[in-house]
Design a protein around this ligand. Structure first.
Ligand code: B12
Length: 393
C-alpha cells in the first residue's frame, strides 16, 4: 500500500480565520491524506521550517485578512532559498483572493488558489492528482535537518510498503537523552512538552532538541497531526519536530517509531522527546531500549481510586506528572497516586504541574529531574529500588 500523502496546513500571521481550514483538514483526512496542522497566526518562517521538517508534499494556506499575495509568495521564496523546490504551495481565502491576485501569485511560484464555490470533493481530488506518489527532489548534499527529514520519510514509507517492525534496538552510548512521554488524551502532554522545551532551550543556548510526536490513524487512512498547533515554544530553529500517524498500530506508537527514534538518537541532538498518542490503561509504549526516561502525564480527574490499580504505566514510568493541578481534585489525586506508587518498591518521582501557566514551578522541577546528570550506563529499568518519593513543586 502506498504511503498516504502528507500536507501541512496553516493560517497566516494576524489571521484568526481558521474555520475554513478546519473544514478542509477534515475533508482531506476523510480522504486518506495526513494533515500536519500548524494552526492560525503563523509566520512564514514557521510554516517553512515545519514543512521541511515534516517533509510534506505541499503546504496549504488559508488566508482571509489580506496580504495574501505577499504571504504566499514569501513562503515560496523561503522554501526556494533553502533549496526546496519539491514542496508546493497552494490554498484559498474565499472572496478575499481575486483572480488577478491569483495570476500574480502563480507567476511567483504559487501552485493553485481555490476560490469561493469550489466543492470540497474538487479540492480533495486535485490534491490526490497533483501531490500523489511521484518523484521528489533529492536532499543529497542538503543541510543536515533536511536530509534527516527525508530519511524519516523513507523509513515511514518502507513500513507503509510492508516492512515489518524489528525488535527494539539497544541504544549506543551517545550524549543524547531520550525521554518518552505518555498518558491519556487531554492530560496536557503536548503543552507540557512545549513548556519543557522552552526551559531546555533557555538552560543551554546551544542545545538541540528533537520531538517525535504521534497521533492516531488507521491503516491506509488519513490523520490529523495536530500537535504542532499547540506547540508555541517549539517553533524554534534549534528544535526539530516530526509528527507521525500510528498507521494502524495500537499502543501509542507507529510501526516505524523504533527506526525513526534510533535515527534521531544518532543525529546529534541533546534531547529527543517522544510523545505517544493519548493512551489507555493497558498501554506500555516504551519497551524500546532507546528510551532513557519515561514520563506518565495524568489528569487529576481519572475517576475512582480503584482506576489507578489498572494503569500499567504507573508501575513502569520513572516520573509521574499530575498536570492541571489547579483543578479542585488535584490534591486528592496526588495523595492517591502517591499511595499507589508506594507499593511499587522502586524509585519513582511524582510531580505536580500546571503546564498552561507561565513559569510554573512544577514544570521547572520536572525539567530538573529530566536534566540531572546520569550515572554511566544507567537506564530506566536499572534504577535503584526504594520507596516512592513524593515531591510537591
Ligand atoms: C466566518 C468569518 C469570520 C468568523 C471566523 C471564525 C473562524 N474561526 O474562522 C469571525 C466571525 C470570528 C470573523 C472575524 C473577523 N472577520 Co471574518 N469572515 C468570515 C466569513 C463570513 C467566512 C469565511 C469562511 O470561513 N468561509 C468558509 C470557507 C470554507 O469558504 P470560502 O471562504 O468560500 O473558501 C473557499 C476556498 O477559498 C477554499 N479555501 C479557503 N481556504 C483554503 C485553504 C486551502 C488549503 C484550500 C485547499 C482551500 C481553501 O475553501 C472554500 C471552498 O469553497 C468571511 C466572509 C465571506 N463570506 O467569505 C468574513 C471575512 C473573511 N472576515 C472579515 C473580517 C474583516 C473579519 C474581522 C477583522 C472583523 C472584525 N473587525 O473583527 C475579524 C477578524 C478575525 C481574526 N481574528 O482574524 C473580512 C475580511 C476582509 C478582507 N480581507 O478584506 C471578510 C471577507 C468579511 C467582509 N466581507 O468584510 N470572521
Amino acid at each position: 500500500m502506498a504511503a498516504p500523502i502528507r500536507v501541512l496546513t496553516a493560517v497566516p500571521i494576524c489571521d484568526g480565520h481558521d474555520s475554513a481550514i478546519n473544514t478542509i483538514n477534515l475533508e482531506f483526512i476523510r480522504h486518506g491524506i495526513e494533515v500536519v496542522y500548524l494552526g492560525y497566526h503563523r509566520y512564514a518562517q514557521d510554516i517553512v521550517r515545519a514543512a521541511i521538517q515534516e517533509d510534506v508534499r505541499a503546504v496549504g494556506i488559508s488566508s482571509y485578512n489580506g496580504g495574501h499575495v505577499e504571504f504566499f509568495v514569501e513562503v515560496v521564496k523561503q522554501l526556494r532559498k533553502r533549496g526546496v523546490d519539491d514542496i508546493a504551495v497552494f490554498g484559498g481565502g474565499g472572496g478575499t483572493i481575486t483572480h488577478d491576485d491569483q495570476r500574480v501569485m502563480q507567476k511567483r511560484g504559487v501552485d493553485k488558489i481555490f476560490f469561493a464555490g469550489t466543492s470540497l470533493t474538487g479540492m480533495v481530488d486535485w490534491v490526490h492528482e497533483r501531490y500523489g506518489p511521484g518523484k521528489r527532489g533529492s536532499r543529497d548534499g542538503a543541510p543536515a535537518d533536511m536530509q534527516l527529514a527525508r530519511k524519516l520519510t523513507q523509513i515511514e514509507d518502507a513500513y507503509a510498503n510492508g516492512k515489518t517492525p524489528r525488535k527494539p534496538a539497544a541504544k549506543k552510548s551517545s550524549g543524547t537523552r531520550v525521554i518518552g512521554f505518555t498518558g491519556p488524551g487531554g492530560a496536557g502532554k503536548t503543552t507540557l512538552i512545549d513548556e519543557l522545551v522552552l526551559r531546555l532551550l533557555h538552560r543551554d543556548d546551544s542545545s538541540r532538541i528533537a520531538i517525535l510526536s504521534h497521533d492516531p490513524s488507521v491503516v491506509g487512512e488519513g490523520a490529523l497531526l495536530g500537535d504542532r498547533a499547540t506547540m508555541i515554544n517549539s517553533q524554534h530553529d534549534r528544535v526539530f519536530m516530526r509528527s507521525m500517524a500510528t498507521r494502524g498500530q495500537a499502543g501509542g506508537l507507529s510501526p516505524a517509531t523504533e527506526d525513526c527514534l534510533q535515527l534521531l538518537a544518532q543525529s546529534g541532538f541533546d534531547y529527543v522527546i517522544i510523545e505517544t498518542v493519548g493512551t489507555g490503561q493497558e498501554a506500555m509504549p516504551f519497551q524500546s531500549k532507546l528510551v532513557d526516561q519515561t514520563v506518565l502525564v495524568m489528569n487529576p480527574d481519572y475517576g475512582a481510586r480503584l482506576q489507578l490499580q489498572k494503569i500499567v504505566m504507573l508501575d513502569l514510568a520513572d516520573i509521574i506528572v499530575v498536570n492541571k493541578s489547579d483543578q479542585e481534585r488535584a490534591k486528592t489525586a496526588m495523595s492517591e497516586i502517591e499511595r499507589r506508587l508506594q507499593g511499587n518498591s522502586r524509585e519513582q518521582q511524582l510531580v505536580s504541574t500546571v503546564a498552561k501557566r507561565h513559569r510554573d514551578t512544577g514544570v521547572d522541577r520536572l525539567c530538573d529531574l529530566l536534566t540531572q546528570p546520569r550515572t554511566s550506563g544507567e537506564t530506566a529499568s536499572e534504577e535503584p529500588k526504594g520507596r516512592a518519593r513524593l515531591r510537591r513543586a
